[in-house]
Design a protein. Structure first.
Length: 256
């Protein structure tokens, strides 16, 4: 009986968030022509719509977000640790950013189309030639006025620890002398349920839908986003990557 209730809860929630996401993706497409007449207004509207979509999505998932610190506004480059696909939604709910994502996401049914409508920049991680193209696109997005969020670990952590940040995308900040904002994300499940490392974090060959349904079966869950006190600058991208890695790790310790 309990198993049936949990399964029904997951299915109903999934239908709710999919329907909500489709509605918001269509709304996003509908307002895209605004960029031809008032680009600044279109970017501001994009940020607001991303926040509204993400907050509705997390409500449907039963996930409560606690943000510590003040989110950046305007155009910026932001980096964070990466546990799971839900990180994107948590950051979107607070920052309303454009995201950098692996190219495979563009091929996911429905998700790929919604990500494209949200302005996601896709990268082929295995191709060194693709890095320059993506750097240029990220730089152009920021110069147009967007905030862009990047996960510099190069994928979701499989070790339970924050991996060293890769410096490639930080080259954009170095050559433009831009500050880089950062934050740390941590998850928690209710008392009496398996830990977030077993339910929420996305490890191994587990399909996305399987992971999503596991989260949806929980009565609720918690995400904490701790933002850095001050953004970082450097004239050396490798040094910047090292400093950001350590700063994010320290933030994670503070909210563990």
């Amino acid at each position: 009986m309990l198993e049936t209730i949990l399964r029904m809860r997951a299915v109903c929630r999934l239908a709710l968030v999919v329907g909500w996401s489709v509605v918001m993706a269509l709304a996003r497409v509908a307002v895209m022509p605004l960029r031809l007449y008032d680009p600044a207004a279109e970017i501001a509207l994009h940020q607001r719509m991303m926040k509204v979509w993400a907050r509705g999505f997390l409500w449907g998932f039963g996930m409560r977000v606690n943000t510590i610190g003040t989110p950046p506004t305007g155009a910026f480059l932001f980096v964070a640790n990466h546990w799971t696909w839900i990180d994107v939604v948590v950051l979107a709910s607070q920052l309303g950013t454009v995201f950098l994502s692996k190219a495979e996401v563009a091929k996911y049914p429905l998700i790929g189309q919604m990500a494209g409508a949200a302005g996601t920049i896709f990268i082929t991680r295995e191709s060194l030639k693709d890095i320059k193209r993506v750097q240029d696109k990220v730089e152009a997005s920021i110069k147009r006025g967007h905030g862009v969020a990047v996960f510099p670990e190069g994928g979701t952590s499989q070790s339970g620890h924050t991996e060293k940040f890769r410096p490639a995308m930080l080259e954009i900040a170095v050559r433009n002398e831009w500050p880089v904002y950062y934050g740390a994300i941590q998850y928690r499940t209710p008392e009496g349920y398996p830990p977030a490392s077993e339910v929420i974090e996305w490890r191994g060959p587990v399909p996305l839908l399987t992971n999503a349904l596991a989260v949806l079966r929980l009565p609720h869950s918690y995400a904490t986003l701790k933002l850095g006190d001050e953004p970082m600058r450097s004239s050396d991208r490798k040094e910047l990557a090292e400093r950001l890695t350590e700063a994010v790790r320290e933030n994670l310790k503070a909210i563990a």
